[in-house]
Design a protein around this ligand. Structure first.
Ligand code: SF4
Length: 341
């Protein structure tokens, strides 16, 4: 495995991402390719930087198409970056060879959104959970079953022996997500990418799954990169939050700071859309108009300006840079100071 390189983050941070870009070429017809001089790209991620402290939960939130899932996939090496740097535990993951990256995968695991799609229907739950052990610890095969049974108990699949030989279609959606969590944690990772981990679960079990993830985080000293479109879910589990819009960070900081003093109109609108359990509470913030724009040709200036209720002339001309206006609280808006008053 490669040693830590110079110019790497401090030991405080498990992950550091610098100016990450991920562009996907747009598939065009042969005729279009003949007459077009320039390839079009979907700019899914377009210059994103963040750090994750060890043991911390960083949430990335935004609407569908904001680039949050792509950032997660590039961060753990499931997708190649277009530009930028991604460090994991001080190692530049793009500098690693395929064998080193394969070894590193043991330390970076994923909890996918759709447990039914991510589990092999012909593989028993026990076999699915043991897969990571077979790949990364083939030398201790005789212990795999006991380790898997213990992990199944920890995620609430009890009694584990009852579930071990069952198949995904024989259990509930919530139980399937517990299998996916057990499968992710079986190799004792340091970082877990949780990509909308409760979005497919029934409302009645969502809080239970989040509680389970919090409990397992403490027990296994995990660091989470938590992808969600739901700010209420993020509030439950995240320490830091990054609000994404069209492949860029609109606002980022400690979750309590961002939720109590949102400085970007997009964050304000997303928070205003979170259901409040009080029928008398009125919303004052207008929701963003329209849909997220085309990421092939993002709007000029501030990407949010076509939907922003506070947009002024400068907003369509100059792109606002991410600035730290309060300690650890960054925002990309020309008029963010106005929202501090
Ligand atoms: Fe709205 Fe302008 Fe701020 Fe963008 S820079 S969020 S358009 S006020």
């Amino acid at each position: 495995m490669s040693e830590k390189t110079l110019n790497t983050p401090s030991d405080e941070y498990l992950v550091e991402v610098r100016d990450l870009k991920k562009w996907f070429p747009v598939q065009t017809s042969f005729i279009d390719q003949m007459f077009s001089k320039q390839l079009d790209y979907v700019r899914a991620v377009d210059g994103v930087s963040f750090k994750i402290r060890r043991g911390e939960v960083l949430g990335l939130a935004g609407e569908s198409g904001s680039g949050k899932t792509t950032i997660g996939r590039v961060t753990i090496g499931l997708e190649e970056k277009t530009e930028g740097e991604v460090y994991f535990d001080g190692m530049d993951i793009s500098a690693l060879g395929s064998e080193d990256l394969r070894k590193l995968r043991r330390r970076m695991q994923v909890i996918f959104q759709d447990p039914l799609a991510s589990l092999n229907p012909r593989m028993s739950l026990g076999e699915a959970i043991m897969q990571g052990l077979k790949i990364h610890y083939p030398e201790s095969a005789e212990q795999h079953r006991d380790i898997a049974l213990e992990m199944m108990e920890k995620v609430g699949l009890t009694p584990a022996r009852f579930y071990f030989n069952k198949f995904p279609h024989q259990i509930s959606g919530g139980q399937r997500q517990r299998v996916v969590i057990a499968r992710a944690l079986i190799t004792k990772p340091d970082l877990v990418l949780a990509d909308e981990p409760i979005a497919m679960a029934d409302v009645s079990v969502r809080a239970l799954l989040l509680d389970l993830m919090i409990q397992l985080k403490k027990e296994f000293n995990l660091t989470y990169l938590f992808i969600t479109h739901d700010l209420a879910t993020a509030k439950y589990i995240c320490d830091q939050i990054g609000i994404l819009y069209l492949g860029r960070i609109a606002e980022m900081g400690d979750l309590r700071d961002v939720y109590s003093v949102p400085l970007h109109p997009y964050t304000q609108a997303l928070l205003a859309a979170v259901p409040v359990p009080d029928p008398h509470e009125r919303r004052t913030q207008p929701m963003p108009k329209g849909e997220i724009p085309n990421p092939i040709r993002p709007p000029s200036g501030c990407r949010f300006h076509p939907r922003c209720p506070f947009a002024q002339d400068i907003c369509s001309q100059e792109e606002p840079q991410l600035r730290e206006l309060l300690p650890g609280h960054q925002v990309a808006c020309h008029f963010a100071e106005d929202f501090m008053k």
